[in-house]
Design a protein. Structure first.
Length: 244
C-alpha cells in the first residue's frame, strides 16, 4: 500500500492535467450514506424500493411521499467537505486538476473550492419550477411544508437526475472530453457498476489510471495503481506532501 501511495504522489507531482471521477464513497466520509454498502439506502427497508421512490414516475404520481423520503434520506445540508474534497480543491488551485466529474448531488466539491465540477446527476442545491422555470435554493425545499411550490403555484422539482430520466447530454460530453484529454485519471469512491456514468472510464486514453476504493471494482485489472483504502486519507496524504 505504501508503495502504491508513493507512485500516486509521483504521478500527481509530474502531471498538470489530472481529472478526478468520483462516486458516493467520496462523500461517505462527510457523513452522507451511499446506496450499495451494508448501511446504504438500498439495504434499508421502505414501503417502496429506493429505486422506485427516486423515479420520475413516482415523483409525479406520489410527490408528497417522494419529498418525505428525499428530505429524510438524501438531503444533508450540514455536511461539510472532507479531506478528499479539500485535496482536490488544492490540486485545482495548483493548476494540476482540470476537472472533477462526480455522480454525487451534494455540492461538496463546489463548497470545497473546485470550480470545474461536472455533476452527472445534477445537484440538490438547484431546484426549479416545472411550470415557469423559476429557480429555488435548497433552503426552499427544506423549509417548505410537504410539497414545495413556486410563487406561480407550480411544482418545484430538484435538479437531480431521477430513475427513468436521461443524463444531461452537455454535461456528459464535457466529461467525456475532459477524461479523454487527461494525463492522469483518478477514480475514487465508486464501484463503477452504474452505467452510463461508469462507462466514462472506458473513454480514458492515457497511461495512468488510478483507482481508490475500499472494495474491488471491475476495472481494477486495467488500472496502473489500485489503492483499497479511505479516499480522504489517501488523497490527503498524496497532496500534502507535494510541493506546489
Amino acid at each position: 500500500m505504501r508503495n502504491e501511495l508513493m507512485r500516486l504522489k509521483d504521478a500527481i507531482k509530474k502531471s498538470n492535467n489530472i481529472v478526478f471521477f468520483g462516486g458516493a464513497g467520496v462523500s461517505t466520509e462527510s457523513g452522507i450514506p451511499d446506496f450499495r454498502s451494508a448501511d446504504g439506502l438500498y439495504n434499508i427497508k421502505y414501503a417502496y424500493p429506493p429505486e422506485t421512490i427516486l423515479s420520475h414516475s413516482f415523483f409525479m404520481q406520489h410527490t408528497s411521499e417522494f419529498y418525505k423520503f428525499y428530505r429524510e434520506k438524501l438531503l444533508h445540508p450540514d455536511a461539510r467537505p472532507n479531506k478528499a474534497h479539500l485535496a482536490l480543491a488544492e490540486l485545482e488551485r495548483r493548476g494540476k486538476l482540470k476537472a472533477v466529474v462526480t455522480q454525487n448531488v451534494d455540492g461538496l466539491h463546489f463548497l470545497a473550492g473546485n470550480t470545474n465540477v461536472l455533476e452527472l446527476h445534477g445537484s440538490c442545491h438547484r431546484n426549479y419550477c416545472m411550470d415557469c422555470d423559476k429557480s429555488y435554493s435548497l433552503d426552499h425545499i427544506i423549509g417548505s411544508f410537504d410539497v414545495p411550490l413556486c410563487e406561480c403555484r407550480g411544482l418545484v422539482k430538484p435538479d437531480v437526475v431521477l430513475f427513468e430520466e436521461a443524463l444531461d447530454a452537455r454535461i456528459m460530453d464535457r466529461a467525456v472530453q475532459a477524461i479523454r484529454k487527461a494525463e492522469v485519471l483518478i477514480v475514487g469512491g465508486t464501484s463503477l457498476n452504474v452505467y452510463p456514468a461508469a462507462g466514462l472510464v472506458q473513454r480514458y486514453n492515457g497511461d495512468m489510471l488510478v483507482l481508490i476504493n475500499k472494495t474491488e471494482t471491475t476495472f481494477d485489472k486495467y488500472a496502473n495503481i489500485v489503492i483499497r483504502d479511505s479516499i480522504g486519507e489517501t488523497l490527503g496524504k498524496a497532496v500534502d506532501t507535494i510541493v506546489p
